[in-house]
Design a binder for this molecule. Sequence first.
Ligand code: SAM
Length: 579
Amino acid sequence: MNNNRKGGHSHKSKSNRRKPAAASAALANVPVAKNDEIELEMIGLTHEGEGVGRADGYTLFVSGALPGERVKARVLKTKKQYGYAKLLNVLNESPDRLQAPCPIYTQCGGCQLQHMSYAGQLEWKRQHVIDNLERIGKLTVQKQTESDDSESTGIAATATEGIGTERTAIENKTIQSSVDQKFHSSEIESHATDTDTEQKVTDQVYITHPGGDEAVHAATFTQSDSSAAKQFTMSDGIRVLPTLGMTEPWRYRNKAQVPIGQQDGQLVGGFYARGSHRIIDMQSCLIQDSRNDELVNKVKAIGQELHIQPYNEETGEGILRHVVVKIGFATNEMMIVLVTNGERLPRKREWIERIRAEMPQVVSICQNINTKQTNVIFGDETRTLWGRDVIHDYIGDVKFAISARSFYQVNPVQTEVLYEKAVQYAGLTGKETVIDAYCGIGTISLFLAQHAKRVYGVEIVKEAIEDARKNAELNGMTNVEFEVGASEDVIPRWKEQGITPDVIVVDPPRKGCDPRLLETIIQMQPERVVYVSCNPSTLARDLQVLEEGGYRTVEVQPVDMFPHTVHVESVAEMQRRDT
Ligand SMILES: C[S@@+](CC[C@H](N)C(=O)[O-])C[C@H]1O[C@@H](n2cnc3c(N)ncnc32)[C@H](O)[C@@H]1O
């Protein structure tokens, strides 16, 4: 067992014990003060990837520290319940610690977990989903408890083999590190005082119950390893499977959205620095497809030569705000969108000629106009300057047309994994009526339509629905129809019109489902609900509402769509209790 989970023990460096003056400025009952240099044990990671440490029972967030580490840190700020500290030294490294391969990792805000092994990231993501289900959703997650207390390596692998589930090497490694009982739990929501007891039961190896769907009932089985037979008991609750990761978790993004600025007279474009809007110029991003990097660099060079004025966020002046580049992984077709602060794009013809000459894969050059002083990248109007309005890509066998503003998953390799899981959870036989809420360009809808009688998709962005209709046509699918509008408005109307879905699939944005939609789902009583989510906290909140409305969550599958970042995607299978 890892001592780090004991928490509570911190050791101030002798030379930095708090001086009386500082003590008088310190908050009552807070055991540390600003500028104290302390040693502390790290016990978790927040949802933003900051290390969570404990100093005399007080929570401190330390960016760059990993769970299980002992670190030296300087206190930056204290509040009543928690504070922040700067990492000075790692005294005892986590076995998951790596040298981040990206040279600008510490400045750039794009990735947060490059300093952690990929297996560790996958394990943390699963644990993060579990924490949210338990703490926000107040849901019960299935646990495995072992009657023999001894910690044995090889348990997970053997137990897994014993029940005939296939796993990839990465998954097995993830499972193995769970057996090592490292703690990767986010503490930020509850600021719980001591999770030691909870720890013992939440850091579990996932084991599929031999009884498949009946696994919500407690079950016991025996595991043999070299030393002794062990008894495992499965508790009631939701199965949360190990995160499905990538074999090659780099260069996976098909879309780059680069803010443009100016530094020392040079056009710069890259990422915003962590926690700010200062642009870090970037030539290469390790999670971005290298063709996107190449195109963005060429566009920056063209912009410099054509003397384009970059947009200035503070004054609201200048022209070029963002460069957005998309690539179809399967087709190699590229689109470039110049987002401008108004209709004017000086030297338009030269822009087009230069881009076409330098990147022949570009089949679409667009301008999007955004005059609002906002963080939102796109404005409402998009013009095609040259070529097509869309690029194409395939996910599995299904072909998709993607326009400038339409949502399309950024990791096409993992998208297929995610959608296949969603289709599996939908349990289709070919006879079902299915609703796909928040359908985007109809990607999930078309996957579902191959196995269902009829699919209805709804989406709020008009262009996305135009793409969805084109996509159905492109693939010769006639059993699917799409409507523009908010899911919470359109689906109640469908209910009034007598549409009775057997399955409802939802894939909302980060804020989760509108309560009116959840209410409508409960009233429509589909047999199954499949919830695809990019935010475990709103997933947990919404699952709780549906559970109260007569559904039970059977299984949750985290899928790593965004390696090296803290983003966690998952898909949940729910069944109506009376079925
Ligand atoms: C996470 S994306 C999922 C898209 C699609 N299912 C996919 O996998 O590509 C969420 C989508 O919901 C759309 N959206 C946001 N609010 C909505 C609402 N109230 N009703 C319908 N669609 C909405 C967004 O435009 C976006 O396309």
